[in-house]
Write a protein of this length. Sequence first.
Length: 129
Amino acid sequence: MEQIGTIIGLKGSIVKVACKTKLGCGGCAGCKSCTTDITYIEARNTLHAKLGDEVYIAMEKSSYNKMMYLGYLFPTIFLLIGIIIGIALFKNELIAILLGFLFCVLTYVITGKIFKNFSYEYKLIRFVK
């Protein structure tokens, strides 16, 4: 996940970057304020950037992958598991679908708690030319 932003604040080795919210942004755990057209992200200043510099910013690949697994893959798997269990136990499609959605919702509740303690880190990749 790479995007362009402008350095608007400096605090030691951490910079505050203002990025335009992408059209497909769904408000992942990495975004702190997706209520406006601008998202503010704190990142490691790996480029020694200064105020006003335009830079490419990206999340560590391993953090991004973990967020995708927790946010999309696990709920889908548990939705299917719930449906399979519902069909096997109740032999009723409506109950199976409801059980699948219940498993999916529970997974989102659990992953929401995991995301609160999840450590993700952005870093500056390169300057915009």
